[in-house]
Write a protein of this length. Structure first.
Length: 342
């Protein structure tokens, strides 16, 4: 079965083809980062318009790369939510319009399920069950994953997600959008002893997160400087921030593993590309004797491959999910817990 995947939930347009017999056939991605940098963040209307421009050229590119015709596609998966409503509508309309023209079934995919399953595309995928940390710009969640569509929420952020804290703190330091990678690079040269920021909810008895207070601590530290921050000052603040957020993420993962008795940890989402997080988790894995799995770096951010793969896995498990109802709708707000039985 060959599944076409279309991702357009935010500021990246992704298209991919996944074959259940031969794996990922091809994928193409366009990032809007350069367009949104001028505004310091994603502008929803501009994002939607750019998806319109990019979707069909990326589709043709992917088909050519895979050397198949569109008639060979067996089903089309698209990101139904969560995300920006206008951006989601572009991808869903392209998917449903193409499916109608070809007489193929469609399936709407939860964006976070795509991220959750993306490490299964790696050369050494994890076996079920495992603990998963979904950590991105809009979400920070710990999940127990027992199989496809078998997800149990263990904990989540009560305010800002980790990615939001990265971006907002980077902005306080005057760094360009996207701030997460920039502040992580800057932290490498910082002195860890200068700023000891709080570790929010580090010792709470649950698996929830809170990062808004950490962002406020960065703001307070920046305001204490009488003049504009030097490069070394910025690096020191960045180091203190990154160390704090990594400590919390690692501690919560260790607690989840201990409580579940599992020895496999999956990291998914854009922050999963963070090298400080990977280094800390890999070190903890060696010490505590558990294995950490990551998506390939190209699949950490939003992409069509994870949507095509999630669609294929869903349809293999439950073929009745394929629908010929092309009256598409999107779900800008869509809890992951709602998809287990769908």
């Amino acid at each position: 079965m060959i599944v076409l995947g279309i991702e357009s939930s935010c500021d990246e347009t992704g298209v991919a083809l996944y074959d259940t017999q031969h794996g990922l056939l091809a994928h193409a991605l366009h990032s809007q980062i350069a367009m949104h940098q001028e505004y310091g963040g994603v502008v929803p209307e501009l994002a939607s318009r750019d998806h319109v421009r990019r979707a069909l050229p990326l589709l043709r590119q992917t088909l050519e790369q895979a050397q198949i015709s569109k008639e060979q596609i067996d089903a089309i998966a698209y990101t139904q939510g969560p995300g920006l409503a206008g951006a989601l509508l572009v991808g869903s309309s392209v998917a449903c319009g193409l499916a109608l023209a070809l007489g193929k079934p469609v399936i709407g995919i939860h964006h976070l399920e795509g991220h959750l399953l993306s490490p299964l595309l790696a050369s050494e995928p994890p076996d079920f069950p495992f603990i998963a940390l979904l950590v991105s710009g809009g979400h920070t969640q710990l999940m127990r994953v027992d199989g496809i569509a078998e997800y149990q929420l263990l904990g989540e952020t009560v305010d800002d997600a980790a990615g939001e804290a990265f971006d907002k703190s980077a902005k306080l330091l005057g760094l360009d959008y996207p701030g997460g990678p920039a502040i992580s690079r800057l932290a490498v040269t910082g002195d860890a002893s200068i700023h000891q920021f709080p570790r929010p909810m580090l010792h709470s008895k649950d698996l929830n997160f809170s990062f808004s207070g950490l962002k406020t601590a960065v703001l307070t530290a920046v305001k204490k400087y009488p003049e504009a921050l030097s490069d070394s000052d910025k690096a020191n603040v960045a180091r203190g921030f990154v160390d704090a957020i990594i400590d919390v993420l690692v501690a919560k993962c260790l607690t989840a593993l201990k409580q579940s008795g599992l020895k496999r940890l999956v990291i998914a989402g854009g922050v999963g590309a963070n090298q400080q997080l990977r280094t800390a988790l890999n070190g903890a894995g060696v010490k505590k004797r558990f294995k950490v799995y990551y998506p390939e770096l190209e699949f950490c951010t939003d992409n069509g491959a994870m949507i095509a793969f999630a669609g294929a896995m869903r349809l293999q498990k439950n073929p009745s999910l394929a629908t010929y109802d092309y009256s598409f709708n999107v779900k800008p707000r869509w809890p992951l817990s709602e998809i287990n039985d769908s």
